[in-house]
Design a binder for this molecule. Structure first.
Ligand code: PMT
Length: 403
């Protein structure tokens, strides 16, 4: 229904998943969309333009420099015609070109020339997906506001197993529908306060104690809650991240500062999510001047910081309070211990000893626990994971109110 009369330029690039493009076009058309296919040279090696012309009912475009094609519907017309430019499959090569703003073929030129939103469904070998260059390009893609659907994990055409498979045509069509759907603002009227990032505990004017938290997980939760209609405030330790759209932000350095802001803001919050990696201890005696090197061994006395999430959970007007547990062993045992000891409504546990997830990575996996239940949120990118977590928190909060 949401795709009725929507104009979709479908870019097909050179990956084995291109064979699924015919089904994708057919399904988009079944939903009422108008589809015009643009192919790269690589895409044509995997599926013929004739096939995609037949299923789309429109001529397929593949050349920037073909006067005849340009006379029919040139790149500017295609760019203007589109309500959405969807690239599926999107290879590492095309992703790199779009990230760099290149315009060396018809598809990349349309991406530069269009005012329409762009979405990509990445498809490549798992090693190529994890390559530093691809991940750096994906950060640029995210910063450009391009929607990324997938990739999925599993067995690949080359025999490898891992992330990089294009998600299925049915899922892509679902994403397209969601994209054009009027967002159902399920959290409207709610105020979410989210702590994110590390804290810094000063030792002297030039040194501090901190940890590896990047803030990505907390900011992704803020963004997901805001997209779902909540009013969101992020209390952030020092991070290098842009504030998610429509979120208020309070910057702090130390655990004590975060504690003060959190208690003030949580009083009027519907939900409090403690995603920050707060230092458990601070330096007892912060030196006013830089400490000079002298003895071979030195020790610094530390004192306990206030427990922010536990104190929020003690408020008379307590918001639905969600903690995180960052563990390297016995994850379930320690997470459940923190759930009970801090009197939380829910805790999201992550194993921060597993490579490629947890601190300062783009992906994560969580198990959420509440008093009489639990739920697995499997490994995926932090934005997708945050969307699932926000939905689970909202669901639990309503279940709690009903019981
Ligand atoms: O920021 P990223 O790079 O994206 O990484 C994400 C993350 C790994 C930091 C995140 O997923 C996470 O696990 N955050 C919680 C980290 C942590 O401090 O966990 P903990 O098990 O030590 O603390 C338990 C809970 O108490 C947490 O909700 C923490 O915010 C809270 N706490 C801890 C100490 C303290 N003084 N006050 C607190 O509120």
């Amino acid at each position: 229904m949401f795709l009725l009369n929507k104009n979709i330029v479908l870019g097909v690039t050179g990956g084995i998943a291109a064979y699924k493009s015919a089904e994708l076009v057919r399904r988009l058309k079944d939903q009422g969309a108008n589809v015009r296919v643009v192919m790269t040279t690589g895409g044509k090696a995997f599926i013929t333009p004739l096939t995609l012309q037949a299923v789309s009912g429109n001529p397929v475009s593949d050349s920037l420099l073909d006067p005849e094609a340009e006379a029919a519907m040139g790149h500017i017309e295609l760019a203007k015609w589109a309500d959405l430019v969807l690239i599926a499959p999107a290879t590492a090569n095309t992703i790199a070109k779009i990230a760099a703003g290149m315009a060396d073929n018809l598809l990349t030129t349309i991406c530069l020339a269009t005012a329409a939103p762009i979405a990509i469904a990445p498809a490549m070998n798992q090693q190529m997906w994890h390559a530093n260059a691809t991940q750096a390009n994906m950060q640029l893609i995210n910063a450009l506001g391009i929607d990324v659907w997938g990739p999925g994990a599993g067995e690949q055409a080359c025999g490898d197993v891992g992330f990089g498979r294009m998600i299925e045509p049915g899922e892509i069509v679902q994403h397209c529908g969601d994209f054009f759907a009027e967002p159902i603002k399920t959290l409207s009227g709610q105020h979410w306060v989210i702590t994110a990032g590390p804290t810094r505990e000063a030792i002297d004017p030039v040194r501090y104690i901190s940890n590896h938290s990047s803030g990505k997980m907390g900011f992704a939760i803020a963004s997901a809650a805001s997209k779902a209609g909540a009013e969101v405030t992020v209390i952030s330790g020092p991070v290098n991240l842009a504030t998610p759209d429509n979120c208020a932000r309070v910057d702090v350095q130390s655990a004590e500062q975060m504690h003060q802001q959190a208690l003030a803001l949580a009083e009027n919050a519907t939900v409090f999510v403690a995603c920050a990696a707060v230092a458990d201890y601070r330096v007892a005696d912060i030196k006013e001047q830089k400490i000079k090197k002298s003895a071979d061994v030195m020790s610094i006395e530390l004192v306990k910081n206030p427990d922010i999430v536990a104190d929020v959970a003690k408020l008379t007007q307590k918001p639905f309070t969600v903690g995180f547990a960052a563990e390297t062993q016995d994850v379930e045992h320690y997470a459940k211990g923190k759930l009970a000891k801090k009197n939380l409504d829910m805790i999201a546990a992550n194993n921060v000893a597993t490579q490629g997830q947890g601190f300062n990575s783009d992906d994560n996996a969580l198990t959420i626990y509440w008093t009489d239940g639990s739920k697995e949120l499997p490994l995926t990118n932090k934005m997708e994971l945050a969307t699932q977590l926000v939905a689970s928190i909202n669901e639990r909060m309503h279940d709690d109110k009903r019981s």
